[in-house]
Design a protein around this ligand. Sequence first.
Ligand SMILES: [Zn+2]
Length: 159
Amino acid sequence: MEKFLAEWHLQRIGRWLTLFGYPTKIVPKLSKEEVLRCSFGRCTVLTTSKRWLNTFNRYKVSYLILPNTEDWKTQLCMVLRHFNIQPQLKLNYCTECLTELKPIDREEVKGKIPYFSYKCGRNFKVCPKCGKIFWIGGHQKLMVKSIKEIQKRCSELFG
Ligand SMILES: [Zn+2]
């Protein structure tokens, strides 16, 4: 079950939230049916629009309204702060299908991911549903760099 539900234009922060251990379902457009799946605290709707406010209140749906901006890092920091989430890689849910990941041995990922990552990575995990492989270390410089940038932005915003 997802922790957050968000619209297409918030997919970037949704992906990070999933990597941080909070699976986020991305839908092309919010529908009443999707929103009601989150009622009674089952999940939280992330949106940039106020048009669902009445529905949220009437059906006790938890929600967070974010500023409508291209600045996804600020949006992400607001979510992290509001829900007290640490920007740390948890790698426990697949970013593609939100299935819980299973640990996998290093030898089993050989040939399926870049050699350097096979050699230098750790915490290998596989998605039992779609087969996507995740790991920490190796060639994940971009990811580490992005997390540093996210942390920097969050401390600029909120100290
Ligand atoms: Zn998957």
